[in-house]
Design a protein. Structure first.
Length: 461
C-alpha cells in the first residue's frame, strides 16, 4: 500500500473514533444521559476523520508558522462545517445544528468559539498528535496494519452504505409527501437488502442524535420549502433568481473568463509579456477564478448589504485561503505548481502573498457592491428556455475540457519525471499535447520535486 495513503487512512479512523468519543461524552454531559451522536452505526464520526485528514494534507507545511497554522485550522473548519451543513440541509430540508441564536455566527452553521476550538485543535494535531501517531504506526508490522485497515474500510463502507440507503429511502418518500406511512415499508425493503433490519434503525438513530430530524418536521419542512419555491418562481418568472444553482453556474463561467482576462492584462501591464493565464487547454478560462466567484458569491450573498470593510476583510481571508488550498491541491494531484510567489514579499510558502490577498478583498468589494447587482440582473433577463440548456451544455463542455487538461498535464509530468499514471491514451496525448504546447498554455508551470517518501511500515514475518 502507498505509504502516504496508509498513513492518511489510519489518521481518518483514529480521528473518527476520537471525535465519536468526544462528541458522545459532550452530549452525555449536556443531556444527562447516553446519546450516540455518530452518523454511522459504528463508533465513528467521519466528519472528524475527514477533518484530521484535511488538516494533515493542507496544514503540515505550516508547522513552522504557528499563527498561520491556527488560522488555517479555523478557515478549514469553517469551510468544512458550512459545506456539510448546507449539504445536509439540502437533503433533509432541516438544519442538523443551528447556532443562529449565538453571537458571531455564520448562517447558523458555525460560530466563533467553535472555530477557535478547531484552530487550536489544528495546532495540537499537526505539532503533537500526528507525529505521535506516525511513531506508533512505525511500530505496527506492515502486513498486520494493512489487514486491519482493510477490515476497517470494508466495515465502514458497509456501515455507510446501509445508513445512506436508509436515508435516501426516507428522502424519496419525503418528496412524495408520504413519509410517515411510507418510510416503514420502504425501510423494511431496504432492510431486506442490507440484512437484519439494519436500516429500520436509521430514523430512530438520527432522531435521538438530532431531534430536529423527526419525520413530522421533515415532512413539514419539505412542504414549506416547496411552497416557498413555487411562490418565488411564480413571482419572479425569471431565469436563475436569487442565489440559485443556475445563477452560480452562470457566474462560474463568467468569473472564469473575467479572471483569465484580468490576470492577462495585469501581467502584460507589469511585465510587458502577453502570456496565457488559463487553467485549461481550450478557452480563456481560469478555474480558480471561476470557483472563487462562486464561493464568494454563495458565502457573501446574504451579507451583500454589509459594510465595505466587512466584505473586504472576509474576501481577503477567504480568498487567500482558497488560493492556498488550490495551490496545495494542484501540487498533490498534478505534481506541478501553476504559480509561485516566493520572490514577492510577505508570501507564505510561495503559495499566497499579502498583496494578492488584498486583491481578493478588493475584488470582493467591487464584485458584491458594483458588479454583481448589475450582472445578476442581466443574467435573470435570459429566457429560461435558453438559459437552462445553455448552462448544462457549458457544464458538459467545461467538464470535458478539465478532463482533457488533467490527462495532458499528467502525461507531461510523466514525460518529465517518469512519475504519474500511465493510460491507454498516452500515444494520443504525446502527439496532440507535446511539451511545447503544454508549456505555452501554462508558462508558469513548474514540476515539483517530490520529497522523500515517509518510511514504509515494516512488514511482519
Amino acid at each position: 500500500m502507498n505509504p502516504i495513503l496508509y498513513e492518511l487512512l489510519w489518521f481518518f479512523f483514529v480521528y473518527s473514533f476520537a471525535g465519536w468519543v468526544i462528541g458522545t461524552i459532550a452530549a452525555a454531559v449536556r443531556e444527562k444521559k447516553f446519546v450516540d451522536v455518530g452518523f454511522l452505526y459504528g463508533p465513528l464520526c467521519p466528519a472528524y476523520g475527514l477533518g484530521g485528514v484535511v488538516y494533515a494534507i493542507f496544514l503540515s507545511e505550516l508547522k513552522g508558522h504557528l499563527f498561520f497554522l491556527f488560522l488555517g485550522g479555523v478557515i478549514l473548519a469553517f469551510l468544512m462545517t458550512a459545506f456539510t451543513g448546507v449539504v445536509l440541509e439540502r437533503i433533509f430540508h432541516r438544519k442538523w445544528w443551528d447556532y443562529s441564536r449565538k453571537r458571531f455566527q455564520f448562517s447558523g452553521y458555525v460560530n466563533l468559539p467553535y472555530l477557535l476550538f478547531w484552530g487550536a485543535a489544528a495546532v495540537v494535531s499537526i505539532l503533537f498528535v500526528n507525529p505521535f501517531l506516525r511513531r506508533v504506526l512505525r511500530m505496527i508490522p506492515g502486513t498486520a496494519g494493512e489487514v486491519i485497515l482493510l477490515v476497517l474500510v470494508i466495515l465502514t463502507v458497509l456501515d455507510l452504505a446501509g445508513t445512506l440507503t436508509g436515508i435516501l429511502k426516507v428522502r424519496s418518500h419525503v418528496k412524495k409527501q408520504s413519509l410517515i406511512y411510507g418510510v416503514s415499508e420502504n425501510l423494511q425493503k431496504t432492510a431486506d437488502l442490507m440484512g437484519q433490519g439494519l436500516t429500520r434503525l436509521v430514523l430512530r438513530r438520527m432522531e435521538r442524535a438530532y431531534p430536529s430530524l423527526n419525520a413530522g418536521e421533515l415532512l413539514k419542512a419539505r412542504k414549506e420549502q416547496e411552497r416557498k419555491k413555487k411562490e418565488a418562481e411564480e413571482a419572479s418568472g425569471v431565469f436563475a433568481p436569487g442565489c440559485s444553482f443556475y445563477k452560480l453556474a452562470s457566474l462560474f463561467f463568467l468569473g472564469a473568463f473575467l479572471g483569465d482576462i484580468t490576470e492577462t492584462i495585469f501581467v502584460f501591464a507589469t511585465t510587458g509579456r502577453l502570456v496565457s493565464r488559463s487553467s485549461v487547454l481550450y478557452g480563456p478560462f481560469s478555474i480558480v477564478w471561476g470557483f472563487g466567484f462562486v464561493l464568494l458569491t454563495a458565502m457573501l450573498y446574504q451579507y451583500r448589504n454589509r459594510s465595505d470593510g466587512f466584505i473586504f476583510a472576509f474576501g481577503t481571508v477567504m480568498g487567500g485561503a482558497y488560493e492556498y488550498i488550490c495551490s496545495v491541491f494542484t501540487e498533490i494531484v498534478f505534481g506541478t505548481v501553476f504559480w509561485d510567489y516566493s520572490d514577492i514579499p510577505f508570501n507564505l510558502g510561495g503559495r499566497i502573498n499579502l498583496l494578492f490577498c488584498f486583491f481578493w478583498g478588493i475584488a470582493s468589494v467591487v464584485w458584491m457592491k458594483l458588479l454583481y447587482p448589475r450582472i445578476s440582473s442581466w443574467i435573470e433577463k435570459i429566457p429560461r428556455k435558453i438559459g437552462n440548456p445553455a448552462v448544462w451544455i457549458l457544464i458538459v463542455l467545461m467538464t470535458a475540457d478539465i478532463a482533457v487538461t488533467a490527462l495532458a498535464l499528467n502525461r507531461y509530468t510523466v514525460r518529465q519525471t517518469g512519475d504519474g499514471i500511465h493510460t491507454a491514451a498516452d500515444g494520443f496525448l504525446d502527439e496532440h499535447y507535446p511539451d511545447e504546447r503544454i508549456e505555452k498554455c501554462f508558462p508558469g508551470l513548474v514540476i515539483v520535486e517530490k520529497p522523500e517518501k515517509p518510511e514504509a511500515p515494516k512488514t511482519g514475518a
